[in-house]
Design a protein around this ligand. Structure first.
Ligand code: MLT
Length: 269
C-alpha cells in the first residue's frame, strides 16, 4: 500500500510554508514549476513513497504557502528549501526541480552544495532571461495582479504542454488550467519578478559533483532540448533522458516514463 500523503507546515523567512510528505527512506525534495504547486508531484510521490521520503513544498505564494512580499528570488527559494530540510531533520536530499523548480535547485546547489545527495534537473536551464524576457515577465506580473492568474492560461498552456498532449491529452490540459486559475496572483507576480531577476548559473554547473540526471520532454518549447544538452555537457558525469511525446511539463504529460527514469536513477545511487 502507498504511504499516505500528509500536509504539514514549516516556517522560513518569517513565512508559513506548506509541504506534502510521504514515505520513509532517503529524502527526495521535489521543487515545482511555475505557476503550479506541490500538487503537480502527485504521481511522482505515489510512485516513490514506497522507498523514499518525499518532501514537496509549495514554494512561497503558491498552493497553501504564504507569499513573499514583492519579489521571490531564487536565493529565497533555496533558503526555503534548506529551511524545509532543517525542519524535517534531513541533512542531505536528492534535489529534484522542474523548470522554475530547477532554477531553485541550481540556486540551492550554489548555496548548499554539501546537502545535495543527487540532483535532478527537469525541463530547465541555467541561463538568465534576456531583456525581452524580463520585460515580458514584468508585464505578466502586472496583468495577473489586475485580472487574476487565469489571464495566463491562453498564452501559457500551449507552451507548457507539448504538441502530443495538446492534441491528445485533454485531461492533462484541464488539470493544468485548474492549477493556473487557482494560483494566487500575489505569489505568481512575486515569482515572475524573481525569475526575471535570476542570475546566470552556468558557472555553477562545473562545480556540481553530485550525481545528476537531466530530464526533458522532447517537445519542450520553453526550455528546449538544446538547453538540457548544455546542462548534460556542463555537469560532469550527468545522465540525460529525453522523453518522447512530452513537452515542458514532462512529469504531468508522461508520468510513467518520467517516474521510471527517476526511479532508475535513484536505484543506481
Ligand atoms: C516553469 O515551468 O516553471 C516556467 O516555464 C519557468 C519559466 O517561465 O522560465
Amino acid at each position: 500500500m502507498t504511504p499516505p500523503v500528509q500536509l504539514h507546515t514549516f516556517s522560513s523567512r518569517g513565512l508559513r510554508l506548506a509541504y506534502h510528505e510521504a514515505g520513509k527512506g532517503p529524502a527526495v525534495l521535489l521543487l515545482h514549476a511555475f505557476p503550479l504547486s506541490k500538487s503537480m508531484w502527485e504521481t511522482q510521490i505515489a510512485a516513490l513513497a514506497g522507498s523514499y521520503r518525499c518532501l514537496a513544498p509549495d514554494l512561497s505564494g503558491f498552493g497553501d504557502s504564504e507569499p513573499t512580499d514583492g519579489i521571490y528570488s531564487m536565493e529565497d527559494m533555496a533558503a526555503d528549501a534548506a529551511a524545509l530540510l532543517d525542519h524535517c531533520g534531513v541533512e542531505q536530499a536528492v534535489v529534484c526541480g522542474l523548470s522554475m523548480g530547477g532554477y531553485a535547485a541550481l540556486a540551492f546547489c550554489e548555496s548548499h552544495a554539501p546537502r545535495v545527495r543527487a540532483l535532478v534537473l527537469a525541463d530547465t536551464r541555467a541561463g538568465a532571461d534576456d531583456e525581452a524576457g524580463r520585460a515580458r515577465r514584468h508585464a505578466q506580473a502586472a496583468e495577473v495582479l489586475e485580472g487574476g492568474s487565469a489571464v495566463l492560461i491562453p498564452g501559457l498552456v500551449p507552451k507548457l504542454l507539448g504538441a502530443t498532449s495538446l492534441s491528445g491529452r485533454p485531461d492533462v490540459r484541464e488539470r493544468l488550467e485548474t492549477y493556473i486559475a487557482d494560483a494566487p496572483p500575489e505569489g505568481v507576480a512575486a515569482a515572475l519578478r524573481g525569475m526575471a531577476a535570476r542570475r546566470d548559473r552556468t558557472p555553477v554547473l562545473a562545480r556540481i559533483t553530485a550525481p545528476t540526471l537531466v530530464l526533458v520532454g522532447e517537445e519542450d518549447v520553453i526550455t528546449p532540448l538544446e538547453e538540457s544538452r548544455r546542462l548534460h555537457q556542463e555537469i560532469a558525469g550527468s545522465e540525460l533522458t529525453v522523453l518522447t511525446g512530452a513537452g515542458h511539463l514532462s512529469n504531468l504529460e508522461r508520468p510513467d516514463a518520467w517516474n521510471a527514469a527517476l526511479a532508475g536513477f535513484l536505484e543506481r545511487l
